[in-house]
Design a protein around this ligand. Structure first.
Ligand SMILES: *[C@@H]1O[C@H](CO)[C@@H](O)[C@H](O)[C@H]1NC(C)=O
Ligand SMILES: *[C@@H]1O[C@H](CO)[C@@H](O)[C@H](O)[C@H]1NC(C)=O
Ligand SMILES: *[C@@H]1O[C@H](CO)[C@@H](O)[C@H](O)[C@H]1NC(C)=O
Ligand SMILES: *[C@@H]1O[C@H](CO)[C@@H](O)[C@H](O)[C@H]1NC(C)=O
Ligand SMILES: *[C@@H]1O[C@H](CO)[C@@H](O)[C@H](O)[C@H]1NC(C)=O
Ligand SMILES: *[C@@H]1O[C@H](CO)[C@@H](O)[C@H](O)[C@H]1NC(C)=O
Length: 489
């Protein structure tokens, strides 16, 4: 096993000056301890619970959505390991960002929240419902009702006029992505539909998921090979969809569809279930061919780790893209639970990735990924010295530390324990009938005035909005949820 030799060499190199993480993959307590160290390092970036700061926000240059994703990892961390260290901070963050409107549309973030940004916070609420994460007091927003609110709003944004269906990337008229239908926005809607269908037993949600899948296929965003392309622009006057996604694929696009397809497999029977099984297998094939190293089966972000060049330099993942493979791990793990026939295939991938990822958590306090484009410099690592994780796993510690690197490594390590019965996770995601406690509200979110008929029915834009919008468009053009932006500039 070539990897073990390399990993052993690495450990030797960094162990002298550093603590490093010594993890025995076959010892549950050792894996749990490694996860705890990495989670601690991740939360060392979080300042939202300090006096004067806003619960749920990460410091610049991290976008709002990434904080939402981080708390999703922490919900699962509690579910799998039983470690309650971050339960309070997580609950406070989700409830605060759910905002007064109870739909993850806080006014402070209206400029940066497109369907995908809102969708990532909503996934966190969905995980909280499925994991039976402690429910907030009754007068506070409830996990399931939050998901239903956002789902209903997304459904009302479905746009049949352009490209024959799908959600646009943008929610508001002043955002980038008004003329872009992207796979992550639609994939999140699909994913939430499939999971709501299983959690509530209401098949209307699944009907929306099926419709979204069919539409993605119809414009070839999901290809015959089950690659999931980033998105398609359309002509705003003719409404015709372009075939302009380019060759790049991102791990979170295929991952978000994989988990949704696995949930659809779980809730269907007969012929329909066979169809979803074929899709799950197909997506796993795409993942295996693009997002796993050939011989060692370690997850990688294909476009940033395969030597592609951009303007003469190796293409580097921006801050958003640095987090994608962590979500792929999350969705792979969940897939192996709700579509158990995939377990034998997926589990070895998570295991080899966990070993590789933990082996490069050797960086010092202060380690920080270099700036990519104009994304800003990430704060230096403040966890335990010698345990800062790197981004690339198939090579020695690369210095690319940050929230993304911690979240990815945490995911790799903790999801090896999903089936082990340490916490509640071994039973699989809860449903309303089986283990779930979260209260729903099927009618939530339907009166949102900003969501009827896509962008057309939006409130008129004021001068103040326009002034603000210029700045935000500039920021958006740099980096909001990942792959999409890279392709639009
Ligand atoms: C904020 O949360 C972190 C991580 O849970 C914790 O270590 C820290 O003590 C908290 N700070 C405050 C002010 O509550
Ligand atoms: C919005 O910003 C204000 C001012 O910083 C802050 O007090 C409030 O908590 C923020 N609200 C949300 C939902 O983030
Ligand atoms: C089922 O879900 C749909 C949303 O797609 C909702 O309109 C309907 O009220 C739900 N039915 C029940 C019984 O909750
Ligand atoms: C879309 O473009 C790709 C090249 O980027 C091409 O290979 C493919 O055949 C095109 N598909 C359609 C349906 O035009
Ligand atoms: C696996 O090997 C093939 C053939 O050498 C190569 O084209 C492909 O990029 C490799 N895959 C990965 C994920 O490195
Ligand atoms: C659905 O998921 C549960 C685990 O959460 C699993 O026990 C069950 O076997 C799955 N159903 C099917 C048809 O695979």
């Amino acid at each position: 096993m070539r990897w073990n030799v390399a990993a052993a060499g690495l450990m030797g190199l960094f162990a002298q000056s550093a603590t490093a993480i010594k993890m025995d993959i076959d010892n549950d307590q050792s894996v749990k301890d490694a996860a705890a160290t990495i989670a601690y390092g991740m939360m060392s970036y979080y300042t939202g619970n300090q006096t004067g700061d806003t619960p749920g926000n990460l410091p610049d240059p991290y976008y709002w959505w990434e904080a939402g994703a981080m708390f999703g990892a922490l919900v699962d961390y509690w579910w799998i390991t039983g470690d309650t260290s971050y339960v309070e901070a997580t609950s406070q963050a989700i409830v605060h960002q759910a905002s007064e409107t109870r739909d993850f549309m806080p006014a402070n973030q209206s400029r940066t929240s497109s369907n995908d940004d809102v969708g990532f916070w909503t996934l966190t609420a969905m995980s909280a419902a499925e994991d039976a994460f402690p429910d907030p007091p009754e007068d506070q927003p409830q996990w399931l009702a939050l998901v239903q609110a956002v789902f209903n709003q997304m459904a009302s944004r479905w746009d049949d006029i352009n490209c024959g269906g799908g959600l646009r990337w943008a929610i508001n008229d002043f955002q980038t992505g008004k003329d872009y239908k992207n796979s992550i926005s639609n994939g999140l809607f699909f994913n939430l539909g499939a999971r709501l269908s299983r959690f509530t037993g209401n098949s209307s949600y699944g009907d929306w998921a099926t419709r979204t899948w069919d539409w993605e296929r119809s414009i070839n965003l999901i290809t015959d090979e089950y690659d999931v392309k980033d998105g398609a622009h359309f002509d705003v006057t003719t409404h015709v969809c372009r075939n302009d996604s380019g060759p790049h694929v991102w791990s979170y696009n295929v991952g978000v569809f994989l988990q949704g397809a696995a949930f659809m497999y779980n809730v269907t029977t007969g012929e329909e279930q066979n169809t979803w099984k074929t899709r799950v297998d197909g997506l796993l094939g795409s993942i295996e061919s693009k997002f796993l190293t050939n011989d060692t089966k370690i997850i990688k972000e294909w476009y940033c780790e395969s030597g592609f060049t951009d303007r003469g330099h190796p293409y580097q993942c921006n801050i958003d893209q640095q987090t994608f493979k962590g979500y792929l791990l999350r969705w792979l793990s969940s897939t192996s639970q709700v579509a158990p026939f995939t377990y034998e295939r997926i589990n070895p991938w998570i295991r080899s990735t966990a070993i590789a990822a933990a082996a490069v958590c050797t960086g010092p306090v202060g380690a920080a990924a270099p700036q990519v484009d104009s994304g800003g410099i990430q704060p230096g690592f403040r966890g335990i010295d010698g345990t800062a994780c790197g981004f690339k796993w198939a090579e020695p510690f690369d210095g690319w530390s940050g929230v993304g690197a911690q979240m990815n490594a945490l995911s790799a390590v903790m999801y090896t324990l999903t089936h082990k019965g340490l916490g509640k996770a071994a039973k699989g995601p809860a449903t309303e009938k089986l283990g779930g406690t979260s209260k729903g509200d099927p009618g939530a979110g339907v009166t949102d005035p900003a969501s009827r008929g896509g962008l057309a029915a939006l409130k008129p834009i004021t001068t103040a909005d326009r002034v603000g919008a210029g700045i935000v468009t500039a920021i958006l053009a740099i980096s909001i949820v990942g792959g999409s932006v890279f392709l639009t500039i």
